[in-house]
Write a protein that binds this ligand. Structure first.
Ligand SMILES: C[S@@+](CC[C@H](N)C(=O)[O-])C[C@H]1O[C@@H](n2cnc3c(N)ncnc32)[C@H](O)[C@@H]1O
Length: 224
C-alpha cells in the first residue's frame, strides 16, 4: 500500500509499506527531483549538447511522474522537444497522482496535459503537447528492451537496501546500454559498487553534491 506523506520541503511523496521506502527523499521530494534529475541530468545534457533539437529521456521507475512533470515543464518553457520513455512495474492510478498536489509546481496546461494522457501512455506513446511525447512501459526494468538510444537516463529505483536486484552489475550494464555516446546517467545514489559497475561500461564518473539532506550523488557520461 502507498501512503501519502509530506516531506521536509513541504512537497508530498508516497511511502510504500511493502518495500518500506519513500518514492522520494524524505528531506524534500521536490528538491531532490529538481537537484538530481533536472539540474544535474536534463539541464546538464541540454548545455553540453546545444546542437540537439530534441532530447530523449529514459526513466527507470516512473512512480508519481514528478521527474517527468518537471522535465516536461522545462522543455516546454525552452521550446525543446522531449521524447520521454519511462519504465514502471506498478503504475499508480491517476487518482493517486492527483493526490500528490504536484499540480502546484507546474502550469495548469502542463498538469492537465499530463493527467489527460497518463493512463493512455501506459498503452501507447502519447503526444501530450507540441513539445512532449510520453510512453510508459508497464513491466519490470529486467524485462525491458529496445534498440532505441537515449541522451539522458534517470535511474530512480528504490535504494539498494530495499531493492538490491535493481543495483547489480548486470542490471546497471543493462541500463548503460540504452545511452548514446555522450549520454548522461544520473541517480540520487552513489556507492563504490555502482561507480565500478558504470565505469566498466565505458563511462566517466562524477561525484556531485547530493540533494539537500544527502551528501553525494552520481552523474556519469558515456565515453565509448
Ligand atoms: C523510488 S520510486 C520512483 C519515484 C519516481 N521517479 C517519482 O518521481 O515518483 C521507484 C519506482 O520503481 C518502481 N519499480 C519497482 N520495481 C521495479 C522494477 N523491477 N522495474 C521497474 N520499476 C520498478 C516502483 O513501483 C516505483 O514507482
Amino acid at each position: 500500500m502507498n501512503i501519502l506523506i509530506k516531506t521536509a520541503d513541504g512537497s508530498n511523496t508516497l511511502f510504500n509499506d511493502q518495500i518500506g521506502e519513500h518514492y522520494h527523499s524524505a528531506h524534500g521530494a521536490l528538491q531532490e527531483s529538481r537537484h538530481v534529475f533536472i539540474e544535474a541530468g536534463l539541464k546538464h545534457s541540454l548545455i553540453t549538447n546545444q546542437d540537439k533539437e530534441e532530447l530523449n529521456v529514459l526513466e527507470i521507475g516512473f512512480g508519481t511522474g514528478l521527474n517527468f512533470l518537471l522535465s516536461f515543464a522545462h522543455c516546454h518553457e525552452i521550446k525543446t522537444r522531449l521524447n520521454y520513455k519511462a519504465i514502471e512495474a506498478f503504475p499508480l492510478s491517476s487518482e493517486i497522482l492527483e493526490s500528490t498536489a504536484y499540480s502546484e509546481y507546474v502550469s495548469p496546461y502542463i498538469w492537465q496535459s499530463f493527467i489527460n494522457g497518463y493512463e493512455k501512455a501506459i498503452h501507447a506513446t502519447q503526444q501530450l503537447s507540441e513539445y512532449c511525447c510520453l510512453e510508459i512501459f508497464h513491466g519490470t526494468f529486467q524485462q525491458f528492451n529496445t534498440d532505441q538510444k537515449f541522451d539522458v537516463l534517470y535511474y530512480d529505483a528504490f535504494s539498494v537496501r530495499h531493492q538490491p536486484e535493481l543495483w547489480t552489475n548486470e542490471i546497471i550494464a543493462h541500463a548503460c546500454n540504452f545511452l548514446n555516446k555522450g549520454g548522461i546517467f544520473v541517480t540520487y545514489a552513489i556507492t563504490g559498487n555502482l561507480k565500478r559497475a558504470i565505469k566498466s561500461c565505458g563511462f566517466e564518473i562524477e561525484k556531485l553534491q547530493g540533494a539537500p539532506g544527502k551528501r553525494e550523488m552520481l552523474r556519469a557520461k558515456k565515453i565509448v
